[in-house]
Design a protein around this ligand. Structure first.
Ligand SMILES: *[C@@H]1O[C@H](CO)[C@@H](O)[C@H](O)[C@H]1NC(C)=O
Ligand SMILES: *[C@@H]1O[C@H](CO)[C@@H](O)[C@H](O)[C@H]1NC(C)=O
Length: 245
C-alpha cells in the first residue's frame, strides 16, 4: 500500500542520513568527510573546501544493507520485490538530491573575496516532509509489470524514479482486521480539540468517542537538597481523557 511504500522510503532515507552524519562526525572508522573536491575552483569563482557530508558512502551502504532483504529471495523475485527496491531507492534519492550547499566567506572583514563551500545534509525533517508529499502523490503500479514498473491502467507508462509506488489500495485503517494485522482505531486516545490526525474527529472515523475522568498522579514540586537527594510531593490532577468508540 501507499503506507508500506512510505515506510520503505523513509527507512532507507534514515539509514543514508544517519550513516552520512556519523561519517562526518568522525564516529566511524570506515568513512569520513568527502574531501575529494576540496581546492577545486568553480566557474562561479568559489572553491570547494571543508568537510562535505559524504552522502555517496551513505547511499552505497544503504543500497547493500537495506536492499539485501529484497534480494535474498532471488529465485522468485516478483513485482513486490521490485516495488520495495524502487521505494528504497526513492528514499536514498530523497537525501542525495536535497544536499545543501553551505558556504563561508573569507577575505578582509568578511568581504567574500574568497568563498569556500561544502555539501551539507538536509535536516531529516525536510526529507520527511518531502517523502510525505511523495506519499500523497504515490502511483499505483500494474501487477503484471516484471522488470520495469509501469503505471496501472497505463501499462505503457513507466513510473518515474522518484515516484513512490504501490500495488494495492490502502486498507481501511479505521476498522479492526486481525487477518491483516490492522488494529483499527477503537480504544485509541484522541484529542478532542485537535483538528489534526490525533483529533477525535479524524482518528475515530466518525464513530464518536468516550470521555473518561481520571486522576493523574505525578511527582511535583521537587527540590534538590545538598547533598544529595531530591524530595518531591505528589500532585493529583483530575483530567478528562477521550478514547475512540
Ligand atoms: C557520534 O558519537 C557520539 C559519542 O558516542 C554520539 O553522542 C553522537 O550521537 C554520534 N553521532 C552520530 C551521528 O552517530
Ligand atoms: C490537543 O490539541 C490542541 C490543539 O491542537 C493542543 O493545543 C493541545 O495541547 C492538545 N492536547 C493534548 C493533551 O495533546
Amino acid at each position: 500500500s501507499r503506507e508500506t511504500a512510505f515506510i520503505h522510503a523513509i527507512l532507507s532515507a534514515g539509514v543514508v542520513h544517519g550513516l552520512t552524519e556519523a561519517c562526518s562526525g568522525g564516529n566511524l572508522t570506515v568513512c569520513s568527510c568527502d574531501r575529494s573536491q576540496d581546492g577545486k575552483l568553480t566557474s562561479e569563482g568559489w572553491k570547494w573546501g571543508g568537510c562535505s557530508d559524504n552522502v555517496k558512502f551513505g547511499v552505497v551502504f544503504a543500497r547493500h544493507f537495506v536492499d539485501a532483504a529484497e534480494k535474498e529471495s532471488s529465485e522468485n523475485r516478483d513485482v513486490k520485490n521490485a516495488m520495495n527496491l524502487h521505494n528504497n531507492h526513492v528514499g536514498r534519492l530523497a537525501v542525495s538530491h536535497h544536499m545543501i550547499r553551505s558556504c563561508r566567506c573569507h577575505g578582509i572583514s568578511g568581504s567574500c573575496e574568497l568563498k569556500t563551500c561544502w555539501r551539507k545534509l538536509p535536516s531529516f525533517a525536510n526529507i520527511g516532509n518531502y517523502l510525505k508529499k511523495k506519499y500523497a502523490k504515490s502511483v499505483q503500479i500494474s501487477v503484471k509489470a516484471r522488470r520495469k514498473l509501469r503505471r496501472r491502467g497505463k501499462r505503457k507508462v513507466l513510473v518515474r524514479k522518484n515516484d513512490l509506488v504501490y500495488l494495492n489500495k490502502s486498507p481501511n485503517y479505521c476498522v479492526e482486521d486481525r487477518a491483516n494485522k490492522i488494529f483499527g482505531t477503537a480504544g485509541r486516545l484522541c484529542n478532542k480539540t485537535s483538528p489534526g490526525p490525533d483529533g477525535c474527529n479524524l482518528l475515530c472515523c466518525g464513530r464518536g468517542y468516550n470521555t473518561q475522568v481520571i486522576t493523574h498522579v505525578e511527582r511535583c514540586h521537587c527540590k534538590f537538597h545538598w547533598c544529595c537527594y531530591v524530595t518531591c510531593r505528589t500532585c493529583k490532577t483530575i483530567m478528562e481523557i477521550y478514547t475512540c468508540k
